[in-house]
Ligand binder design. Structure first.
Ligand SMILES: NC(=O)c1ccc[n+]([C@@H]2O[C@H](COP(=O)([O-])OP(=O)(O)OC[C@H]3O[C@@H](n4cnc5c(N)ncnc54)[C@H](O)[C@@H]3O)[C@@H](O)[C@H]2O)c1
Length: 442
C-alpha cells in the first residue's frame, strides 16, 4: 500500500509564511506610527512658532489683547510663563554693580513713568506694575508704557489687590525697594466712585504691605501720600509737624489712612517706610484730570473754564511742583531709605519710618496759572470765576520742604512759567496741535 503523502512540511512552510507576514505587518505598523508621531511633533512645533510670531509679549499688546490671546501664547507669554519671567528678570536687573531692584507700582501713571525712566537711566533695575484702569484716558497710559518699553522697562499688567501675582513677582525678583505710586488719585472723583479709593489706596496698600512683610529680604518702601492730608489745616507753610486729622475729601482720608497703616507695618514687622506728600505735580505726560491739563485743552478748544475763588472771595492758590523736582525727591528718598529689619513676617529691630513734603514752596494763584497758559498758547481764555464748590478741594497749599532738604538735599528748581512751557511743548507735540498767532486781545 502506498503511504499517504507527507503534508507536515508544507504545513510548517505555511505557518512560517504567515508568521513572516505578521512580523512584517507589525514592523510596518511600528514604522508608520513613528512617522505619525514625528509629523505630529513637527506640526505642533510649527503651530507654536506660528502663535509665537502672531502673539507678541503682553507689554507690547493693545489694551484689547485679551480677545486675541490663545492658549499656547498665554502658556508661553502669560503671567508666570517662561517668556514672561524672562521679561520680568531682564527689566528688574540693575545695569550697575550694587544697583537697586525697584518695583514701581503705578508705573504707567504720570509720576510712575517719570520715576521709572530716571531710575533706569541711573542703572537701577526697574519693574513696573499697573492695572491700566480707565479713570482717565488709558491710551495715555499705554503711550507711557510704550515709552518705558523703549527703555527696556516692562510693566506687568495687574492689580495691587492680586496677592498671588505680587507673591509671584517677589518670587521671581528679590526687590530691594518698592516705589509705591499706584493709587486712585483725584479729589473730586471720590464723590462719584468712593469705593475705588478704598480698593486701591487702602485695601491695595495693605495687600502690598502684607506681601512685603512676608518676603525675605523685605524691601524698603517709598510711597506716595499727598499734600491733601493737610486738609483744613490753616497754618502756613504746611509742615510735617502740623495736624493732618481734618481731611477735606475721601481721597485725603485714604492717604491719611495710608500713613497710619504704614506706621503699623513699620511697628509690627520692621518694614522701612517713607511717605512722600506731593504738592500738585505737573509736567509733560501729566494727568488729564488736573486743572493745568484740562485748562490747556479747553482754552485751545475755545471753551469756557471755571476759575475758583475761595468762600471769602480770595484767589485759590496751589504750590505747583514740576515733575523733575518730584522725581529727584523720589530718588533721594529711595537712596536714603534704610533696609527693613524684619524677615519672613518677624520684626528683628526698629526700622526707619519717615514722612516728607515734596512741594515747590511758592504757591501760585490759579488766575496766574491761566495767564501763563494764555501766553504760551497764544489764546485768550474764556473765564468763568465762581466760588469753589465744597467737593474736597482746599483753598491753598504751600509746602515747607526743609525736612526733605536736610535729609536728601531736596531743592525744587523749576518755577511754574518754566515748567508750563515744557508741558505745553509736550502737549502740542503729543496731540498734534498747531498753535496760532496771538488772537483775541479782549
Ligand atoms: N500728581 C499729583 O499732583 C499728586 C499729588 C499728590 C499725590 N499724588 C499721588 O502720587 C501717586 C502717583 O500719582 P499720578 O499723578 O502719577 O497718578 P496716575 O493716576 O497718573 O498714576 C497712578 C497709576 O496707578 C495705577 N493704579 C491705580 N490703582 C491701581 C491698582 N489698584 N493696581 C495697580 N495699579 C493701579 C493707575 O492705572 C495709574 O496708572 C498717586 O499715589 C497719587 O495719589 C499725586
Amino acid at each position: 500500500m502506498a503511504s499517504p503523502p507527507d503534508t507536515s512540511k508544507s504545513l510548517k512552510l505555511l505557518r512560517y509564511q504567515s508568521y513572516i507576514r505578521r512580523v512584517n505587518s507589525s514592523k510596518f505598523l511600528k514604522a508608520s506610527s513613528k512617522i505619525l508621531f514625528r509629523s505630529t511633533l513637527i506640526a505642533a512645533l510649527i503651530l507654536i512658532i506660528f502663535f509665537t510670531i502672531h502673539n507678541p509679549p503682553i507689554s507690547s499688546q493693545s489694551p484689547h489683547f485679551h480677545s486675541h490671546t490663545n492658549f499656547l501664547s498665554s502658556a508661553l507669554f502669560g503671567r508666570g510663563g517662561a517668556a514672561w519671567e524672562k521679561q520680568v528678570h531682564r527689566s528688574a536687573k540693575p545695569d550697575r554693580p550694587g544697583g537697586m531692584t525697584v518695583l514701581v507700582t503705578g508705573a504707567a501713571g504720570f509720576i510712575g513713568a517719570h520715576c521709572s525712566l530716571a531710575l533706569k537711566k541711573r542703572g537701577e533695575g526697574v519693574l513696573g506694575l499697573d492695572n491700566f484702569n480707565d479713570y482717565y484716558d488709558p491710551s495715555l497710559k499705554r503711550a507711557r508704557q510704550a515709552l518705558l518699553s523703549k527703555h527696556e522697562i516692562f510693566i506687568v499688567e495687574g492689580d495691587l489687590n492680586d496677592k498671588p501675582l505680587l507673591i509671584k513677582l517677589f518670587d521671581v525678583v528679590p526687590f530691594t525697594h518698592v516705589l509705591h505710586l499706584a493709587a486712585q488719585a483725584g479729589v473730586r472723583y471720590a464723590m462719584q466712585n468712593p469705593q475705588s479709593y478704598v480698593a486701591s489706596n487702602v485695601a491695595g496698600f495693605v495687600n502690598l504691605l502684607e506681601v512685603c512683610k512676608d518676603v525675605n529680604p523685605q524691601p524698603a518702601i517709598v510711597w506716595a501720600s499727598s499734600s491733601s492730608v493737610y486738609g483744613l489745616n490753616t497754618e502756613n507753610p504746611f509742615s510735617e509737624l502740623h495736624r493732618t486729622d481734618q481731611p477735606a475729601s475721601l481721597y485725603a482720608a485714604t492717604k491719611k489712612a495710608g500713613e497710619e497703616i504704614a506706621h503699623t507695618y513699620n511697628h509690627i514687622y520692621g518694614l522701612s517706610l517713607t511717605g512722600l506728600r506731593f504738592f500738585t505735580v505737573y509736567g509733560p505726560w501729566g494727568r488729564p484730570d488736573m486743572a493745568y491739563f484740562f485748562f490747556t485743552k479747553d482754552i485751545l478748544q475755545g471753551k469756557t473754564i471755571d476759575v475758583y475763588q475761595t468762600q471769602e472771595d480770595k484767589e485759590v492758590a496751589r504750590d505747583f511742583t514740576y515733575i523733575d523736582d518730584v522725581v529727584k525727591g523720589c530718588v533721594g528718598a529711595l537712596d536714603t531709605a534704610e533696609k527693613s529689619t524684619g524677615s519672613g513676617g518677624k520684626k528683628r529691630g526698629p526700622a526707619q519710618l519717615r514722612v516728607y513734603n515734596l512741594g515747590n514752596t511758592s504757591p501760585v494763584p490759579v488766575g496766574k496759572l491761566v495767564a501763563i497758559l494764555e501766553g504760551l498758547l497764544n489764546v485768550k481764555a474764556k473765564k468763568h470765576v465762581i466760588r469753589m464748590p465744597r467737593n474736597g478741594d482746599v483753598p491753598f497749599t504751600h509746602a515747607n520742604v526743609s525736612l526733605a532738604n536736610r535729609d536728601f538735599g531736596y531743592k525744587p528748581t523749576t518755577d511754574l512759567a518754566a515748567g508750563l512751557r515744557k508741558f505745553v511743548k509736550w502737549y502740542v507735540g503729543y496731540y498734534g496741535v498747531q498753535l496760532g498767532a496771538k488772537k483775541g486781545n479782549n
